[in-house]
Design a protein around this ligand. Structure first.
Ligand code: NAD
Length: 350
């Protein structure tokens, strides 16, 4: 295993391997960049097949958090952690506390939050042993409607992002009658559908999980679509809200939507797919910009949580996307590349 020569290393400030004999914890914490603030990022628990696979994942994810926080205008850096293990089989309270102690040893350079395989309950266990935990909802935040689940804020941010993309691509201010295909109607996709429905959009939805689709058909009058047909639908917006790498050679050739804007992380299978979308005249809303609602919401948690302040910040996702779209158009460069450059300008200048 190579670290400094690892293809994903990219000047990480800190990478630690964490172990606890009693609980069996095996974890990695990576802090990419703290120029703008503490490295905030989720803790993923996953049965990685090898330590190399876990290292690659944590490095890639923590770098992504630096870019996401910088573009979201947050005084935060990027970090991430992974626990090697199956969350359904290996998770115990003692393991979570051991992870909390590992986080604590970094003295706040890394702030942990929930991610795939971890929950708000796990964060509460970590919070017993460290203050450096995000994604908890205290009493005031709960009274303001916050549960610790970032999905509502993420969905609202994606909705605002779709409005900005539609304005840029189609010159339209309202979404009435806009045709949107949503791939994946889980925590974020379902809530996004509600916002779109309330704004008068027409919906086509798909999901692995049939009841999730039925709920959208029932509540929002959506049309159910087979999973393999969603990409090629004749719609205005394709909103990927399920998996990564959904924008690849095959899917880009099939797309008929003029806008791709959704919550899924790592939508581009390879960086050059950014160019392929531009070449087909498809406006792509860079994933880490449009799906930043969750970390924006987490940033404001605490005794002074104010839902109006959070909403105003979430709306700035639209302003940032519009700036990306305009600059991409002026420079004739793909939107993903421009988003990276704008993020770097912020954290490298700091
Ligand atoms: P989720 O697990 O609640 O929902 C994902 C849905 O996609 C599930 O209902 C699942 O059945 C479905 N799905 C899986 N494979 C599919 C396929 N091939 N075709 C169609 N549907 C499929 O997850 P979520 O929290 O809603 O997150 C959705 C995406 O957004 C993920 O990529 C996640 O990383 C990203 N994201 C989420 C948040 C958040 O706040 N939850 C924040 C940023 C990014």
């Amino acid at each position: 295993m190579q670290l400094f020569a690892h293809p994903e290393f990219d000047h990480h400030e800190t990478v630690c391997f964490c172990h606890d004999e009693r609980s069996g914890l095996r974890a990695l914490i990576a802090v990419h960049n703290t120029a703008l603030g503490k490295g905030l990022g989720g803790c993923r628990m996953w049965p990685y097949r090898s330590e190399d696979e876990a290292l690659t994942d944590v490095l890639r994810l923590s770098r992504g958090m630096t870019y996401k926080a910088a573009l979201a205008g947050l005084p935060q850096g990027g970090g991430k952690s992974v626990i090697i293990g199956d969350p359904r089989r290996d998770k115990t309270p003692e393991l979570m506390r051991a992870m909390g102690r590992a986080v604590d040893r970094l003295n706040g350079a890394y702030v942990v939050a929930e991610d795939s395989g971890t929950s708000v309950a796990d964060m509460r266990l970590m919070a017993e042993v460290t203050r450096h935990v995000g994604g908890l909802a205290d009493d005031k935040a709960q009274a303001a409607g916050r549960t610790g689940d970032p999905s509502p804020a993420t969905a609202f941010g994606v909705f605002i992002g779709i409005q900005a993309a539609v304005k840029h691509r189609y010159g339209r201010d309202d979404l009435r009658g806009l045709r949107v295909a949503v791939q994946g109607v889980g925590n974020v996709g379902y809530r996004l559908c509600r916002h779109l429905h309330e704004a008068g959009a027409q919906l086509w939805v798909t999901d692995l999980h049939a009841p999730a689709v039925e709920r959208c058909v029932r509540e929002f009058g959506a049309t159910a679509v087979d999973m393999d047909r969603i990409v090629a639908l004749e719609v205005d917006v394709f909103a990927p809200c399920a998996l990564g790498a959904v924008l690849n050679d095959a899917s880009i050739a099939q797309l008929r939507a003029g806008v791709v804007a959704g919550a899924a992380n790592n939508q581009l299978a390879r960086p050059e797919h950014d160019h392929a979308l531009m070449a087909r005249g498809i406006l792509y809303a860079p994933d880490y910009c449009i799906n930043a609602g969750g970390i924006i919401d987490i940033h404001y948690e605490g005794p002074d949580y104010d839902a109006a302040v959070v909403e105003a910040h979430l709306r700035r996702i639209g302003t940032t996307l519009s700036a990306i779209f305009e600059r991409a158009q002026a420079e004739q460069r793909p939107t993903g590349e421009i988003a990276d450059r704008m993020a770097e300008e912020r954290f490298k200048r700091a």
